[in-house]
Design a protein around this ligand. Structure first.
Ligand code: SF4
Length: 404
């Protein structure tokens, strides 16, 4: 491919910042903080924003605009729930990163019992939702990254600068509020958390500063960089164009699909998966479209247990929310395991690997439940007398009709 003579010929419209200005601002932002820290790290989710950050950062270092650090730590959160084009691009980028002896790649994973599907199927915690049970991002991404950071910083006495791919477009220049991008369309799950939650994590509090050097980039800058400039000679020749498939191919900038776990229960639609699986080379992934309905099924009362009455706290007080719904039944977990193994076989991906499958089976066989549950509670779709938070009870009307 010929070298690009004018990087910014496309997209400059007079009113908006163009890519060279966006990169220049990124460079200035990095230079302002770079030398204040002796350690530098990148929190990389594998999605488009953090990949753009990572590759532009290395381009700035390679071209001498930013000093090469002794070590650049790159932390990649591998949940194994990512879409294959994202996963494949991440692996190709990691292979390139490892060619530079000053870059240390850390692939971080949650401990086995806390991984997404082991936690759900083995321990019985229902799939996360937007209301009460949003445990996933912190557990499968932020905490493993914090632990890897603690280990990387253990031998030094200094602070580290952690870079994230949080992006809010040009409004970010006027708006210093950084949202938890996990829930926003077009965002990468985890990025906002890395920026806000990671610095406060146990073991690293006060030891890392976070910076979002592409906060001001618009989505067109990201795609101009990822889809065109970054794989040109002189700009790193990064093998990342495949990731555009996960965002809508040629229409990626307009569609702005959000990436994260396949079938993420926190989103209404699995836009990225729908787009990818409609492409000829990824049609085998269409089986993965069954995951989201399966997660919904798992959250229904018939698949879960319920407290039959009020719960007492250690203090003796009555807990709020009597008769709350809780974990998945053992039967629902066993059935969901069979269905997910079938889905992944048809899709040709590993959402659950052999070690995790064995662990899930072991935990189900041991009747493992979350704290405060023992598995003897009634199923949540069974009609019970109503119990109120003051402990009073209202018997079921027409008990004979419901057979209890
Ligand atoms: S993508 Fe969805 S399921 Fe995965 S960690 Fe983020 S919010 Fe949780």
């Amino acid at each position: 491919m010929a070298a690009i003579s004018n990087l910014f010929a496309n997209g400059a419209d007079g009113d908006f910042m163009v890519l060279d200005e966006a990169i220049e601002l990124t460079c200035q932002s990095l230079l302002a903080y770079w030398s204040r820290h002796s350690r530098h790290a990148v929190a990389w989710s594998g999605g488009k924003d953090s990949t753009a950050l990572l590759t532009v950062l290395i381009h700035l270092i390679d071209t001498g605009r930013l000093p090469q650090p002794d070590v650049l730590h790159v932390f990649y959160a591998d949940t194994r729930q990512e879409l294959p084009p994202i996963q494949q691009a991440a692996e190709a980028v990691m292979a390139r990163l490892r060619q530079r002896n000053w870059i240390k790649v850390h692939v971080v994973r949650a401990p086995i019992d806390k991984r997404f599907l082991v936690y759900i199927l083995g321990r019985g915690v229902p799939p996360p939702n937007n209301n009460t049970l949003r445990w996933c991002t912190r557990q499968i991404k932020v905490e493993p990254m914090a632990e890897a950071l603690v280990a990387a910083l253990a031998a030094i006495d200094d602070t580290a600068l952690m870079l994230t791919g949080v992006r809010q477009g040009e409004s970010a220049i006027r708006d210093d509020r950084i949202v938890m991008s996990c829930s926003k369309d077009g965002a990468e799950c985890g990025q906002g958390w890395y920026q806000q939650v990671l610095p406060e994590a146990k073991g690293i509090r006060g030891r890392i500063a976070t910076l979002a050097p592409i906060l001001h980039w618009r989505v067109c800058h990201v795609w101009d960089w990822i889809g065109r400039v970054s794989y040109a000679p002189g700009y790193g020749e990064w093998p990342v164009s495949i990731m555009a498939d996960a965002y809508g191919g040629d229409d990626a900038a307009d569609i702005a699909a959000r990436t994260g776990c396949i079938g993420c229960p926190l989103t209404e639609k699995d836009t990225a998966l729908e787009i990818v699986s409609s492409m000829a080379r990824w049609t085998h992934l269409s089986a993965l479209l069954e995951l989201k309905p399966l997660y919904r099924w798992m959250r229904e009362p018939a698949q879960r247990l319920r407290k039959s009455g009020v719960e007492r706290l250690k203090s003796g007080a009555i807990a709020k929310n009597p008769q709350r719904m809780g974990p998945l039944t053992l039967e629902a977990r066993a059935e969901a395991l069979v269905r997910i193994l079938d889905i992944q076989r048809r899709a040709g991906v590993d959402l659950i690997d052999a070690e995790e499958e064995a662990r899930i089976r072991e935990l189900i066989a041991a009747r493992t439940f979350p704290d405060k549950w023992d598995g003897d509670e009634p199923r949540a779709d069974v009609w019970l007398d109503s119990v109120y938070s003051d402990g009073s009870t209202q018997p079921i009307l027409f008990r004979e009709l419901v057979g209890s």
